[in-house]
Design a protein around this ligand. Sequence first.
Ligand code: SF4
Length: 296
Amino acid sequence: MENLFADCNLCPRRCGADRTSGRTGFCRMPDYPLVNLIKLHFGEEPVISGRNGSGTVFFEGCSLGCVYCQNYTISRGPTGRGTRMDEQSLAEAYLRLQEQGAHNINLVTPMHFAPVVAGSVALAKDSGLTVPVAVNCSGYDLVPTLKLFDGLVDIYMPDMKYFSPKYSSEYSHAPDYFQVCCSAIDEMVRQTGDIVLGDDGLIKKGVIVRHLILPGGLFDSKHIIDYLTSRYGNRIFISLMSQYTPMPSCTGRLKERPSERSCGILADYLASAGQTNAFIQEYESSGKEMIPDFLT
Ligand code: SF4
């Protein structure tokens, strides 16, 4: 079977790095998953976290690399504190989270390890994993890589961060972000179908698209709301997040939080589009409080 790490084109960076020989690409990650933290997490949308929490696995590294990343301590390369895992050990971790009462398994930023992670989900499902499996990702994802998860993932939680190439270039070095993200979300919706909620009110299948409101990004955010509501309407959840918190390295307008007024305008805009499957985060929510205690 082809080793997809050998000439790595797993994400839109298409570095072609031979990760099997110790080389790395933009994501700076080896050819095996590094996991920083595994925990029951309560900071997601209510349909994910529920009462018991979401069984969350935080992978190190990221192929998008936003300059304002709130998880920057683990997203910018190996921390040296992560645990090397394989299909078997990941599957066992998911089963332990299920035993602890997790409502779902929540795989955070796994795409640069997709072949192993997909294998681990298949193994876990064969070994008794029954709770839904969610992939939580940047939206800067390639369709062929997403297809590795087809039939294995029940819920996708992609970001849709930018409409304008100006912002996606400046903040994430990804001028093609919007086009890539549109194709990725189409594929995710194709895989999961429309939202399915259980009797417990928690999501069992479907897509939750998250949009983090950035300072000064009002018009970009409106374009994204327009796009998502016109293309999918209530087939998906839209989660509008106002938790943006400047990180120490942020410069320019990224040093400020988005204003409460602009967050309110966007919440009204989303409601006026007729979107009832929506989450609107409280303005008081702080990104710092949402950051787990990563090993760094
Ligand atoms: S997953 Fe990493 S090495 Fe592979 S193409 Fe993307 S950034 Fe490059």
